[in-house]
Design a protein around this ligand. Structure first.
Ligand code: FAD
Length: 434
């Protein structure tokens, strides 16, 4: 009998549990350690922050679903992983042992790295549904007393898509309320150019996003390092290509939402050979930690090197489909180990993204997500907004049903030639050309 444990019940951890179940033998046990029983669909947070969704619309209670599927759900959280002892210390002081562990803890939000950043300071966040709910209250105050808005992502951030989404969603809502004329808007980003997205762009994201910002009278500052935030004022240094400060800005604001940098969560941060200096879990091509081979990691908690040097640090985003490919590979690899075989599934890390702008949007397809790529495509249109709404409904439905990839989703992805697992040829196949 094997004990398989997943830490985290967000996007990656919940799907991980659903995909691991068919891999288990009759007596194996699957445990998910979460912080509470409620899953919320993070990509809808920007809509919560302008009132287009209530938090209850995007939340699912996992207790019954996990029970129905025979998964043991422990809700006290993991305090510390002890990989040398195959043991996890839980939030209430008790412990649980594992044979195989999947870390799926997402990010810790590093607001403390910049004075005044975050909901405890003077800027809003959309990273968590709680933050999005506070951001909605702050938005109503802005609507009552309009003034300048600053939106963006700080140095070391890796999640740029939601910053652009929120910028354009807020702009759409301000236009609908006929307040846009009273709200000057500035986008502040550590990216070296608009549309870089931590990925050196995808297709023409630079052109598409710049033109959208020009059309909507939104100013921007790239290569930006936020020095500090005080009530109603953000101090920003703009860097030149050669890494020197090119210009200093003092930006007044009535409302600001800035994406923070991420780091690994406390339960794994600082464990030698398991995590990197930022606390992200080190994995090989099978999503497996090289030093502790019974530990895997999926989602935002995984360590990925930046795509290249930039004047201001910029991280690589871990997007939904890319995460799903990590999950599928990990489930297959743990399944192989349980059957006494070597793990050989490799995730593609392909990315399909829909960035909603409220009344239009940008879609991109990056295969693989890290350049150079076999497919590098982006497009703009009203259809993206409707596709994102449809995807939200579809995704929440499959989470409620306890499914990861229904057959019709697999069929569509096959038709579009978008794979989650790399085709790996054995030495014999390479030798014989089969
Ligand atoms: C605002 C926003 C919008 C996004 N929109 C998109 C999008 O449209 N498309 C896209 O492809 N990607 C999007 N992403 C990126 C990505 O898909 C999401 O961040 C996704 O939620 C990441 O999944 P995850 O499982 O790694 O982390 P999370 O979903 O954050 O889940 C991590 C879970 O682990 C739990 N946890 C943490 N520490 C512990 C512990 N010690 N013990 C137990 N549990 C713990 C947390 O409570 C949380 O539930 C978005 C990201 C953000 C922030």
């Amino acid at each position: 009998m094997a004990e398989v444990v997943v830490i985290g019940a967000g996007l990656s951890g919940t799907l991980m549990a659903y995909e691991l179940l068919p891999q288990l033998k009759k007596d194996d046990r699957l445990t998910v350690i979460s912080q509470g029983t409620v899953y919320h669909f993070v990509p809808s947070n920007p809509w919560v922050a302008v009132g287009w969704r209530k938090r209850s619309d995007i939340e699912i209670d996992l207790a019954d679903i996990m029970k129905r599927k025979g998964v043991c759900l422990l809700t006290q959280g993991a305090r510390r992983v002890h990989p040398d002892a195959n043991r996890i210390e839980l939030g209430d002081g008790s412990s649980i042992n594992y044979d195989y562990l999947v870390v799926a803890t997402g990010p810790e939000l590093a607001f403390d790295e910049i004075p005044g950043l975050g909901p405890q300071g003077y800027t809003q966040s959309i990273c968590h549904v709680d933050h999005a709910s506070y951001a909605k209250e702050a938005f109503e105050k802005l609507a009552a007393k309009p003034g300048p808005v600053v939106i963006g992502a700080v140095q070391g951030a890796s999640c740029f898509g939601p910053a652009y989404e929120f910028l354009f969603i807020l702009e759409t809502e301000l236009r609908r309320r006929k307040l846009r004329d009273q709200v000057p808007m500035t986008f502040v980003t550590s990216e070296p150019y608009i549309g870089h997205l931590g990925l050196d762009g995808v297709g023409d994201t630079k052109g598409l996003l710049e033109s959208e910002m020009r059309e909507k009278h939104i100013k921007w500052i790239t290569n930006a390092r936020v020095d500090r935030i005080e009530p109603g004022k953000m101090t920003v240094e703009e860097f030149a290509e050669n890494g020197t400060v090119h210009k200093a800005h003092e930006l007044p604001f009535s409302y600001s939402m800035m994406l923070p940098a991420f780091r690994g969560v406390e339960a794994v941060r600082g464990i030698e050979k398991l995590t990197n200096p930022r606390g992200f879990v080190i994995v090989d091509k099978h999503q497996r930690n090289p030093a502790f081979p019974n530990v895997f990691a999926v989602g935002v908690c995984v360590a990925i090197a930046p795509v290249g040097a930039t004047p201001v640090p910029v991280g690589v985003p871990k997007t939904g489909f890319m995460i799903e490919s990590m999950v599928t590979a990990t489930a297959l690899n743990i399944g192989a180990l349980l059957r006494g075989q070597a793990p050989n599934a490799q995730p593609t890390w392909n990315a399909i993204c829909l960035a909603d702008f409220g009344d239009s949007g940008v879609a991109f397809l990056a295969q693989p997500q890290i350049p150079p790529r076999n497919v590098n495509w982006s497009s703009k249109g009203e259809w993206v907004h409707y596709a994102k709404v449809a995807f939200e409904k579809y995704f929440l439905r499959k989470m409620r049903r306890g499914e990861s990839e229904p057959f019709y989703e697999r069929f569509v992805l096959n038709q579009l030639n978008i794979a989650k697992i790399k085709e790996v040829r054995t030495d014999k196949e390479v030798r014989t050309g089969t």
